[in-house]
Design a binder for this molecule. Structure first.
Ligand code: NJP
Length: 244
């Protein structure tokens, strides 16, 4: 059977673009996200173009659903942990603990659930790859970064520890940390549909990355020869300062 890649959060933005790139690179791609209509539409489009793709609705914070998904797979060679997001841009002094918890749930525990569940299949592959989409927010901080910065630092730590624990085993771990990416949903989710605040996020950087820029980065790292481990790729817009 064809080498298989699972992409979480494949219903929009970076995840959708990455699923497309990996399908074009010859993988059978399994698209997962909560919005079934979106992933089914993209899977149908890729299939119509002669590529291999299927959609599996999945909430990465639902461990039982993640385990059931893993049990349904016949193989998995690549896992792209992309599902994630930000809520708010509030100072630590006033940030809502419920937002912090929600961001930890998806950005850290979501990665943990799917990675744990698919590790046996990735190991059985003999040449497995786990990608963790973190952020420049996982390597520094900024005012108002709050629970998002904390969660992405957690995801970065998870990736580092997992790579250490899998050293010499047949699964490699790649972290991709993008800076500002202009995606349809990211800023809108952060501000719960407030278009003005969403637009303000992008106003400070002349030309943000596109989802395709990040997807190309992921696809390049994943397609290196099996003996090569790309530990970490940080990809930022030229106009974004390297300390943010
Ligand atoms: O954002 P968006 P991006 N279970 O909102 C999914 C990181 N990043 O592409 O479930 C399963 O278009 C959601 O699907 P749905 C960022 O932190 C971004 O920009 O249908 N899936 C959607 O497909 C994130 O880790 C920027 O709502 C869940 C996807 O996640 C990754 O890049 C900068 C889910 C989010 O897509 C993709 O973000 C940066 C759940 N519980 C890092 N919750 C940036 N845009 O500037 C959400 O440094 N999803």
């Amino acid at each position: 059977s064809t080498r298989t890649a699972v992409v979480t959060g494949a219903s929009s933005g970076i995840g959708a673009a990455t699923a497309r790139r990996l399908a074009e690179a010859g993988y059978r791609v399994l698209l997962t996200a909560r919005r079934a209509d979106r992933i089914e539409g993209l899977a149908a489009e890729l299939t119509a173009a002669g590529l291999e793709a299927a959609a599996h609705p999945l909430d990465v914070t639902d461990r039982a659903a993640v385990d059931a998904f893993a049990a349904s797979l016949d193989r998995c060679d690549v896992l792209v942990n992309n599902a994630g997001g930000a809520l708010g841009l509030d100072p630590v002094a006033t940030g809502d603990p419920a937002d912090w918890r929600a961001m930890y749930e998806v950005n850290v525990l979501g990665v943990l659930h799917v990675t744990q569940a698919l590790l046996p299949a990735l190991t059985a592959s003999g040449d497995g790859t786990v990608v963790v989409l973190t952020s420049t927010a996982g390597h520094g901080t900024y005012e108002g970064g709050g629970g998002y910065v904390a969660a992405k630092h957690g995801a970065h730590a998870l990736a580092e520890t997992l790579r250490l624990e899998l050293c010499g085993k047949p699964v490699r771990v790649i972290e991709v940390a993008p800076g500002m990416v202009r995606t349809d949903e990211f800023a809108m989710t952060r501000f719960r549909g407030d278009e003005e605040r969403a637009a303000a996020v992008y106003a400070g950087v002349a030309e943000p990355l596109t989802a395709e820029d990040v997807a190309d980065t992921v696809a390049w790292a994943v397609t290196r020869p099996p003996h090569v481990n790309i530990d970490l790729l940080v990809v930022r817009p030229r106009a974004q300062a390297s300390n943010t």
